[in-house]
Design a protein around this ligand. Structure first.
Ligand code: SAM
Length: 213
């Protein structure tokens, strides 16, 4: 299968018509081999316009969702980014193409270890994978310039807002357990400007400041 042609097709049919315009985001989506982040049996569907299962009831997000969340982060290459919900590691790889360092945290150890090994094999030496409850952030490594939550949350935990630099951006799917909307928060001193973007459906963020199991 010609995976680079499938990536070009994905960009042409799923990202450009829905308004993704950031050239750096498009180039990262053209480059990262998404098919390696799903199990072999699903490889032929890796570039389909949907989320796919990765085991343990979790998912790799739809390509468009990865692109739009990444675009909203407005990365210029020098940022330290915190991602909550490593999953397959695909979003972390896209972020690693566009930012200086990516700290990514996953609550399910097996999933985290698999993602860590793949990211290492692919040469992403600016991604650091942690196992734990990402709703608490990573206080030992804070502050971050950007925070991306890739699981659905009832609200954005205050503790994460505190781990963001002034001028920083948080992007997260906020809402119920079954449907959410992408929120973008921009930190200005001690206050936040909130914007509301596309509706979406993510698996729940489970943890102390998210949903209970
Ligand atoms: N970013 C991922 C990717 O590129 O494949 C997709 C993430 S998947 C939609 C959501 C992930 O968040 C799941 O792997 C889930 O186990 C994880 N998760 C849920 N609650 C979490 C928490 N409190 N801390 C860290 N990870 C969490």
């Amino acid at each position: 299968m010609d995976y680079s042609e499938l990536r070009r097709e994905m960009v042409r049919t799923q990202l450009l018509p829905r308004g993704i315009t950031d050239r750096r985001v498009i180039d990262a989506m053209l480059k990262v081999p998404r098919h390696l982040f799903v199990g072999e049996a699903l490889r032929h569907r890796a570039y389909d316009d949907c989320a796919l299962p990765i085991g343990e009831g979790q998912t790799i997000s739809q390509p468009y969702m990865v692109a739009v969340m990444t675009e909203l982060l407005e990365l210029d290459g020098d940022e330290r980014v915190l991602e909550i919900g490593t999953g397959s590691g695909y979003q972390a790889a896209v972020l690693a193409e566009l930012a200086r360092e990516v700290f990514t945290i996953e609550r399910i150890e097996d999933i985290a270890k698999r993602a860590e090994a793949l990211l290492r094999d692919l040469g992403y030496d600016n991604v650091y994978v942690f196992v734990g409850d990402g709703t608490k952030g990573l206080p030992d490594y804070a502050p971050f310039d950007r925070i991306l939550i890739t699981a659905g949350t009832p609200e954005i935990p205050e503790v994460l807002k505190k781990q963001l630099n002034d001028g920083g951006i948080i992007v997260a799917p906020v809402g119920s357990k079954y449907s959410q909307q992408l929120f973008r928060l921009i930190k200005k001193g001690h206050s936040f400007k909130t914007e509301y973007h596309t509706p979406c459906v993510f698996v729940p963020l489970i943890g102390e400041y998210g949903w209970k199991e």
